[in-house]
Design a protein around this ligand. Structure first.
Ligand SMILES: Cc1cc2nc3c(=O)[nH]c(=O)nc-3n(C[C@H](O)[C@H](O)[C@H](O)COP(=O)(O)O)c2cc1C
Length: 325
């Protein structure tokens, strides 16, 4: 193997390791990478799919799309342009993407800043401050993936609040969903997956739109903020198939990293897209111009209070396999 081949392979392996920091529903990290000499293959891991909450694998695929984008960001910070082939094997639905190196490129300041945002990005479930957030950088970043943000009007936010409460009532009233939530959230999460108590508010924030009901209080201290100055937006796109969900996940990561760089705190709401009836209602909100993938709350975090600590991740040995050869 030449020095260049060795360098390329090391960059691919490092990108797969960096992708561990990607956000995922309930921090399930439902992905596996295989590092080939000249490519990186991304596979869905159904063992970590939320079978009750996400039977179709939409949120799993969105999460894998976010990991895919993280890997490409890591490669750019090492001076590599990546080519991404989505769902490259029609006979294998678990094979979500193949990343190959298209060539060397200059490492720009923008590429370095985006990579630094990978380590800083996190979910912030606290209320937001009164400083308004500008959704423009997030909208521009998701548009690069053919995905759009529909910013909700005040009245639509009230409809969203009603939908989020209904979704939570349905989910917490369902035995299978309750058991699944309990198995993925709460405690210290020493296994490296799931949402720890440290990331869950110690009381329900006073917000118009309720955050996900984790069915118990966590230990994250929250201030007196509200969500008056928050922007609620639907992330939507042209199709409702796995390839669309994957792209939406890439866009989610791009938008979230852009938000992190702009000092915007992000909170995703997926309970409103988990139930078909509520997803259809959300589709009507965007006048049927596309399919909703997720709702995002964008806001400015209280600058004087410490945010949640980083959530755990699986060790690289569990998500990255280096093929021989
Ligand atoms: C597709 C998707 C859906 C999510 N849905 C929710 C949600 O409904 N409520 C919530 O509080 N967090 C949600 N999250 C945030 C995850 O719980 C979070 O990314 C994960 O726990 C890892 O934590 P981190 O983002 O702080 O790294 C979602 C994340 C993704 C990628």
């Amino acid at each position: 193997m030449s020095t260049r081949e060795r360098t390329a392979r090391a960059a691919l392996a490092e990108a797969a390791v960096a992708a561990r920091h990607a956000p995922s529903v309930h921090n399930t990290q439902p992905w596996r990478w295989r590092v080939e000499p000249d490519a990186l293959d991304l596979f869905a891991v159904r063992d970590r799919q939320l079978l009750a909450g996400d039977p179709d694998g939409r949120l799993l695929t969105l999460s894998c799309g976010a990991a895919l984008h993280h890997a490409v960001v890591a490669l750019a910070a090492e001076g590599w342009t990546a080519a991404v082939s989505r769902l490259p094997d029609p006979a294998d639905a678990e094979h979500l993407a193949r990343v190959t190196l298209a060539g060397r490129t200059e490492v720009t300041g923008a590429a370095m800043r985006r990579f630094q945002a990978v380590r800083l990005r996190h979910t912030d479930r606290r209320p937001v401050s009164e400083v308004p957030a500008d959704p423009a950088p997030v909208a521009a970043a998701v548009a690069e993936y053919g995905i759009h943000l529909h910013v909700l009007t005040r009245d639509q936010v009230l409809d969203l609040a009603a939908a989020a409460s209904r979704a939570d009532r349905v989910e917490t009233g369902d035995d299978a969903q309750r058991a699944e939530l309990a198995s993925w959230t709460g405690g210290d999460r020493p296994g490296g997956t799931g949402v720890p108590d440290a990331a869950i508010p110690d009381r329900a924030p006073e917000t118009t739109v309720p955050g996900r009901d984790f069915a118990h209080a966590g230990t994250l201290a929250i201030g007196d903020g509200h969500d008056e100055a928050a922007v609620y937006a639907v992330l939507y796109g042209p199709g409702d198939e796995p390839a669309d969900w994957l792209r939406a996940g890439e866009a989610l990561s791009a938008g979230w990293l852009a938000a992190t760089e702009a000092g915007i705190a992000v909170l995703p709401y997926s309970s409103v897209v988990e139930l078909p009836a509520i997803r259809t209602a959300l589709r009507n909100v965007i006048s049927g111009v596309g399919y909703p993938y997720l709702v995002l709350r964008l806001g400015t975090a209280d600058p004087d209070a410490a945010g949640p600590p980083p959530t755990p991740r699986l060790p690289a040995s569990e998500t990255v396999e280096v093929a021989r050869g």
